[in-house]
Ligand binder design. Sequence first.
Ligand code: CUA
Length: 314
Amino acid sequence: MERLKDYFLPESASTFASDTDGLFMFINISGGLLLLGITIALIWFSWKYKRRREDEVTPVIRHSTILEVTWTVIPLVLILFVFAWGFRGWATMRNAPADAYEVYVTGLSFGWQFTYPNGVISGTELVVPAGRPVRLIMQSRDVIHSFFVPDFRIKQDLMPNRYTTAWFEAPEPGEHVIFCTEFCGSGHSAMLGKVKVVPVAEFETWLTAEKAKTEGDLPLAELGRNVFNQQGCMACHSVDGSAGIGPTFKGLAGSQRSFTDGSSATADDNYLRESILRSNAKVVAGFAPAMPSYQGVLSDRQVDALIAFIKEQQ
Ligand code: CUA
Protein backbone atom coordinates (compact mmCIF):
# COMPACT_ATOMS: atom_id res chain seq x y z
CA MET A 1 0.00 0.00 0.00
CA GLU A 2 2.78 2.46 0.91
CA ARG A 3 4.73 1.47 -2.21
CA LEU A 4 1.62 1.97 -4.34
CA LYS A 5 1.14 5.40 -2.77
CA ASP A 6 4.74 6.43 -3.51
CA TYR A 7 4.22 5.40 -7.12
CA PHE A 8 1.08 7.53 -7.57
CA LEU A 9 1.70 10.54 -5.37
CA PRO A 10 4.32 13.15 -4.54
CA GLU A 11 5.92 13.35 -1.09
CA SER A 12 3.35 14.06 1.64
CA ALA A 13 4.62 17.04 3.60
CA SER A 14 1.58 18.58 5.28
CA THR A 15 -0.66 17.49 8.12
CA PHE A 16 -3.63 16.78 5.85
CA ALA A 17 -1.73 15.05 3.04
CA SER A 18 -2.20 11.56 4.48
CA ASP A 19 -5.99 11.93 4.79
CA THR A 20 -6.25 13.22 1.20
CA ASP A 21 -4.04 10.37 -0.01
CA GLY A 22 -6.13 7.81 1.90
CA LEU A 23 -9.27 8.99 0.10
CA PHE A 24 -7.45 9.05 -3.24
CA MET A 25 -6.26 5.46 -2.76
CA PHE A 26 -9.72 4.34 -1.56
CA ILE A 27 -11.37 5.75 -4.70
CA ASN A 28 -8.69 4.19 -6.91
CA ILE A 29 -8.80 0.75 -5.32
CA SER A 30 -12.60 0.51 -5.01
CA GLY A 31 -12.92 1.83 -8.58
CA GLY A 32 -10.36 -0.71 -9.77
CA LEU A 33 -12.13 -3.60 -8.03
CA LEU A 34 -15.49 -2.56 -9.52
CA LEU A 35 -13.94 -2.31 -12.98
CA LEU A 36 -12.39 -5.75 -12.61
CA GLY A 37 -15.63 -7.35 -11.32
CA ILE A 38 -17.82 -5.78 -14.01
CA THR A 39 -15.38 -6.71 -16.80
CA ILE A 40 -15.19 -10.34 -15.65
CA ALA A 41 -19.01 -10.53 -15.38
CA LEU A 42 -19.36 -8.96 -18.83
CA ILE A 43 -17.04 -11.48 -20.49
CA TRP A 44 -18.50 -14.42 -18.55
CA PHE A 45 -22.12 -13.55 -19.41
CA SER A 46 -21.40 -12.86 -23.06
CA TRP A 47 -19.90 -16.33 -23.30
CA LYS A 48 -22.55 -18.02 -21.17
CA TYR A 49 -25.57 -16.53 -22.97
CA LYS A 50 -24.29 -16.42 -26.53
CA ARG A 51 -26.67 -17.76 -29.21
CA ARG A 52 -25.93 -21.42 -29.77
CA ARG A 53 -28.66 -22.50 -32.22
CA GLU A 54 -30.22 -20.73 -35.23
CA ASP A 55 -33.75 -20.94 -33.77
CA GLU A 56 -32.85 -19.95 -30.21
CA VAL A 57 -35.13 -17.23 -28.75
CA THR A 58 -34.35 -15.11 -25.65
CA PRO A 59 -36.92 -15.74 -22.89
CA VAL A 60 -38.90 -12.74 -21.57
CA ILE A 61 -37.24 -11.50 -18.35
CA ARG A 62 -39.29 -9.11 -16.22
CA HIS A 63 -37.09 -7.99 -13.35
CA SER A 64 -35.30 -9.10 -10.18
CA THR A 65 -35.95 -6.95 -7.11
CA ILE A 66 -33.03 -8.43 -5.17
CA LEU A 67 -30.60 -7.74 -8.02
CA GLU A 68 -31.86 -4.20 -8.61
CA VAL A 69 -31.75 -3.26 -4.93
CA THR A 70 -28.23 -4.71 -4.66
CA TRP A 71 -26.78 -2.78 -7.58
CA THR A 72 -28.41 0.43 -6.37
CA VAL A 73 -27.55 0.20 -2.69
CA ILE A 74 -23.87 -0.77 -3.03
CA PRO A 75 -22.90 2.19 -5.25
CA LEU A 76 -25.06 4.53 -3.12
CA VAL A 77 -23.27 3.51 0.07
CA LEU A 78 -19.88 3.81 -1.66
CA ILE A 79 -20.63 7.28 -3.03
CA LEU A 80 -22.01 8.56 0.29
CA PHE A 81 -18.93 7.22 2.06
CA VAL A 82 -16.64 9.01 -0.42
CA PHE A 83 -18.71 12.19 -0.03
CA ALA A 84 -18.49 12.11 3.78
CA TRP A 85 -14.73 11.46 3.71
CA GLY A 86 -14.17 14.21 1.11
CA PHE A 87 -16.37 16.71 2.92
CA ARG A 88 -14.55 16.16 6.19
CA GLY A 89 -11.19 16.79 4.49
CA TRP A 90 -12.52 19.83 2.65
CA ALA A 91 -13.92 21.34 5.87
CA THR A 92 -10.50 20.89 7.52
CA MET A 93 -8.77 22.60 4.59
CA ARG A 94 -11.21 25.53 4.55
CA ASN A 95 -10.90 26.36 8.24
CA ALA A 96 -7.50 27.48 9.40
CA PRO A 97 -6.73 27.15 13.12
CA ALA A 98 -7.19 30.45 14.96
CA ASP A 99 -3.50 30.65 15.93
CA ALA A 100 -2.24 30.28 12.35
CA TYR A 101 0.68 32.46 11.22
CA GLU A 102 -0.55 34.74 8.41
CA VAL A 103 1.32 35.50 5.21
CA TYR A 104 -0.03 37.61 2.33
CA VAL A 105 0.52 36.09 -1.11
CA THR A 106 0.44 38.09 -4.33
CA GLY A 107 0.41 36.40 -7.71
CA LEU A 108 1.64 38.43 -10.66
CA SER A 109 2.59 37.69 -14.23
CA PHE A 110 4.81 35.74 -13.71
CA GLY A 111 5.91 35.26 -10.14
CA TRP A 112 4.96 35.03 -6.49
CA GLN A 113 5.43 37.51 -3.72
CA PHE A 114 5.05 36.80 -0.02
CA THR A 115 4.50 39.59 2.49
CA TYR A 116 5.09 38.93 6.19
CA PRO A 117 3.45 40.67 9.15
CA ASN A 118 6.60 42.75 9.84
CA GLY A 119 6.64 44.12 6.28
CA VAL A 120 9.26 41.78 4.87
CA ILE A 121 8.61 40.87 1.23
CA SER A 122 10.03 37.67 -0.20
CA GLY A 123 9.99 36.95 -3.92
CA THR A 124 9.44 33.38 -5.17
CA GLU A 125 10.46 31.83 -1.83
CA LEU A 126 7.88 31.29 0.91
CA VAL A 127 9.83 30.66 4.12
CA VAL A 128 7.67 29.21 6.93
CA PRO A 129 8.22 27.72 10.38
CA ALA A 130 7.91 23.94 10.73
CA GLY A 131 5.16 22.54 12.93
CA ARG A 132 3.06 25.69 12.90
CA PRO A 133 -0.13 26.29 10.91
CA VAL A 134 0.35 28.94 8.20
CA ARG A 135 -2.59 30.76 6.67
CA LEU A 136 -2.15 32.32 3.25
CA ILE A 137 -4.23 35.36 2.32
CA MET A 138 -3.96 35.59 -1.43
CA GLN A 139 -4.71 37.97 -4.26
CA SER A 140 -3.58 38.57 -7.80
CA ARG A 141 -2.14 41.79 -9.17
CA ASP A 142 -3.40 41.05 -12.69
CA VAL A 143 -5.07 37.90 -14.07
CA ILE A 144 -6.18 34.72 -12.29
CA HIS A 145 -3.32 32.56 -11.02
CA SER A 146 -3.51 29.40 -8.96
CA PHE A 147 -1.27 28.49 -6.04
CA PHE A 148 -0.48 24.77 -6.00
CA VAL A 149 1.91 22.89 -3.72
CA PRO A 150 1.60 19.19 -4.66
CA ASP A 151 3.57 18.04 -1.60
CA PHE A 152 1.01 19.77 0.66
CA ARG A 153 -2.05 18.75 -1.41
CA ILE A 154 -3.25 22.36 -1.47
CA LYS A 155 -4.40 24.36 -4.46
CA GLN A 156 -6.20 27.68 -4.50
CA ASP A 157 -6.98 30.27 -7.19
CA LEU A 158 -5.86 33.89 -6.74
CA MET A 159 -8.23 36.59 -8.02
CA PRO A 160 -7.46 40.20 -8.90
CA ASN A 161 -10.45 41.60 -7.02
CA ARG A 162 -10.79 39.69 -3.74
CA TYR A 163 -8.86 37.68 -1.18
CA THR A 164 -8.86 33.90 -1.20
CA THR A 165 -7.27 31.83 1.53
CA ALA A 166 -5.61 28.49 2.09
CA TRP A 167 -3.66 27.04 4.98
CA PHE A 168 -1.25 24.24 5.73
CA GLU A 169 1.01 22.93 8.44
CA ALA A 170 4.30 21.32 7.45
CA PRO A 171 5.60 19.22 10.35
CA GLU A 172 9.15 18.74 9.03
CA PRO A 173 11.75 21.13 7.53
CA GLY A 174 12.17 20.74 3.78
CA GLU A 175 11.68 22.36 0.39
CA HIS A 176 8.62 22.06 -1.82
CA VAL A 177 7.81 23.40 -5.28
CA ILE A 178 5.01 25.92 -5.88
CA PHE A 179 3.34 25.76 -9.29
CA CYS A 180 0.87 28.11 -10.95
CA THR A 181 -1.96 25.94 -12.23
CA GLU A 182 -4.06 28.53 -14.01
CA PHE A 183 -2.98 29.31 -17.56
CA CYS A 184 -2.09 32.98 -17.11
CA GLY A 185 0.00 33.97 -20.12
CA SER A 186 3.31 33.42 -21.90
CA GLY A 187 5.25 32.90 -18.66
CA HIS A 188 2.77 30.53 -17.01
CA SER A 189 5.03 27.47 -17.13
CA ALA A 190 7.89 29.48 -15.60
CA MET A 191 5.74 30.77 -12.73
CA LEU A 192 7.42 28.64 -10.13
CA GLY A 193 8.19 29.23 -6.49
CA LYS A 194 9.46 27.37 -3.49
CA VAL A 195 8.17 26.76 0.03
CA LYS A 196 11.07 26.49 2.42
CA VAL A 197 10.04 24.96 5.75
CA VAL A 198 12.62 25.69 8.46
CA PRO A 199 12.81 25.15 12.23
CA VAL A 200 11.08 27.91 14.22
CA ALA A 201 14.32 29.48 15.54
CA GLU A 202 15.80 29.61 12.04
CA PHE A 203 12.60 31.21 10.76
CA GLU A 204 12.81 34.00 13.36
CA THR A 205 16.45 34.65 12.44
CA TRP A 206 15.60 34.76 8.73
CA LEU A 207 12.71 37.17 9.29
CA THR A 208 14.87 39.55 11.31
CA ALA A 209 17.69 39.42 8.75
CA GLU A 210 15.28 40.10 5.86
CA LYS A 211 13.81 43.03 7.75
CA ALA A 212 17.29 44.56 8.05
CA LYS A 213 17.72 44.30 4.27
CA THR A 214 14.73 46.50 3.51
CA GLU A 215 15.73 49.35 5.74
CA GLY A 216 18.10 52.18 6.30
CA ASP A 217 21.26 53.17 4.62
CA LEU A 218 22.04 50.31 2.25
CA PRO A 219 23.92 51.40 -0.89
CA LEU A 220 21.40 51.90 -3.72
CA ALA A 221 22.59 49.07 -5.95
CA GLU A 222 22.55 46.67 -2.99
CA LEU A 223 19.01 47.70 -2.07
CA GLY A 224 18.22 47.27 -5.79
CA ARG A 225 19.46 43.68 -5.67
CA ASN A 226 17.15 43.01 -2.72
CA VAL A 227 14.21 44.57 -4.59
CA PHE A 228 15.13 42.43 -7.62
CA ASN A 229 15.02 39.28 -5.47
CA GLN A 230 11.99 40.24 -3.41
CA GLN A 231 9.83 41.29 -6.34
CA GLY A 232 10.62 38.12 -8.27
CA CYS A 233 12.08 40.05 -11.26
CA MET A 234 14.36 37.10 -11.97
CA ALA A 235 11.37 35.00 -12.99
CA CYS A 236 11.49 36.90 -16.30
CA HIS A 237 14.80 38.83 -16.41
CA SER A 238 18.20 37.16 -16.20
CA VAL A 239 21.40 38.96 -15.21
CA ASP A 240 23.70 36.60 -17.13
CA GLY A 241 22.60 37.44 -20.67
CA SER A 242 20.36 34.40 -21.13
CA ALA A 243 16.97 34.90 -22.75
CA GLY A 244 13.86 34.90 -20.56
CA ILE A 245 10.26 36.03 -20.81
CA GLY A 246 11.68 39.56 -20.71
CA PRO A 247 15.02 41.00 -21.87
CA THR A 248 18.13 40.20 -19.80
CA PHE A 249 19.50 42.96 -17.55
CA LYS A 250 23.05 42.21 -18.65
CA GLY A 251 24.29 45.06 -20.78
CA LEU A 252 20.82 46.64 -20.79
CA ALA A 253 21.61 50.09 -19.39
CA GLY A 254 22.94 52.41 -22.11
CA SER A 255 22.16 50.01 -24.96
CA GLN A 256 20.11 50.82 -28.06
CA ARG A 257 16.64 49.27 -27.87
CA SER A 258 14.31 48.52 -30.80
CA PHE A 259 10.60 48.30 -30.08
CA THR A 260 7.68 46.37 -31.51
CA ASP A 261 6.21 49.55 -33.05
CA GLY A 262 9.39 50.07 -35.10
CA SER A 263 10.76 52.94 -33.01
CA SER A 264 13.97 52.80 -30.96
CA ALA A 265 15.61 54.54 -28.00
CA THR A 266 18.63 54.44 -25.76
CA ALA A 267 18.12 52.69 -22.42
CA ASP A 268 18.87 55.65 -20.18
CA ASP A 269 17.57 56.24 -16.63
CA ASN A 270 14.25 57.62 -17.84
CA TYR A 271 13.70 54.66 -20.14
CA LEU A 272 14.41 52.23 -17.27
CA ARG A 273 12.08 54.15 -14.97
CA GLU A 274 9.29 54.15 -17.55
CA SER A 275 9.78 50.43 -18.18
CA ILE A 276 9.33 49.69 -14.48
CA LEU A 277 6.35 51.96 -13.84
CA ARG A 278 4.55 51.88 -17.19
CA SER A 279 5.87 48.53 -18.27
CA ASN A 280 4.27 48.23 -21.66
CA ALA A 281 4.77 51.81 -22.91
CA LYS A 282 7.70 50.53 -24.98
CA VAL A 283 7.91 46.81 -25.70
CA VAL A 284 11.24 45.50 -26.97
CA ALA A 285 10.97 43.77 -30.36
CA GLY A 286 10.77 40.01 -29.99
CA PHE A 287 9.00 40.13 -26.61
CA ALA A 288 5.34 40.03 -25.56
CA PRO A 289 3.84 42.91 -23.52
CA ALA A 290 3.75 40.64 -20.47
CA MET A 291 5.15 42.74 -17.65
CA PRO A 292 2.85 44.04 -14.90
CA SER A 293 3.11 47.70 -13.87
CA TYR A 294 5.02 48.50 -10.68
CA GLN A 295 3.38 51.92 -10.31
CA GLY A 296 2.22 52.17 -6.69
CA VAL A 297 4.02 48.94 -5.81
CA LEU A 298 7.57 50.26 -5.53
CA SER A 299 8.58 53.38 -3.64
CA ASP A 300 10.65 56.06 -5.41
CA ARG A 301 13.72 54.89 -3.51
CA GLN A 302 13.13 51.30 -4.60
CA VAL A 303 12.83 52.41 -8.25
CA ASP A 304 16.09 54.38 -7.94
CA ALA A 305 17.70 51.33 -6.35
CA LEU A 306 16.49 48.97 -9.05
CA ILE A 307 17.86 51.27 -11.77
CA ALA A 308 21.21 51.43 -9.95
CA PHE A 309 21.23 47.64 -9.79
CA ILE A 310 20.39 47.27 -13.52
CA LYS A 311 23.18 49.72 -14.39
CA GLU A 312 25.65 47.48 -12.55
CA GLN A 313 24.82 44.51 -14.80
CA GLN A 314 27.28 45.22 -17.60
CU1 CUA B 1 0.21 32.34 -13.12
CU2 CUA B 1 -0.17 30.47 -14.53
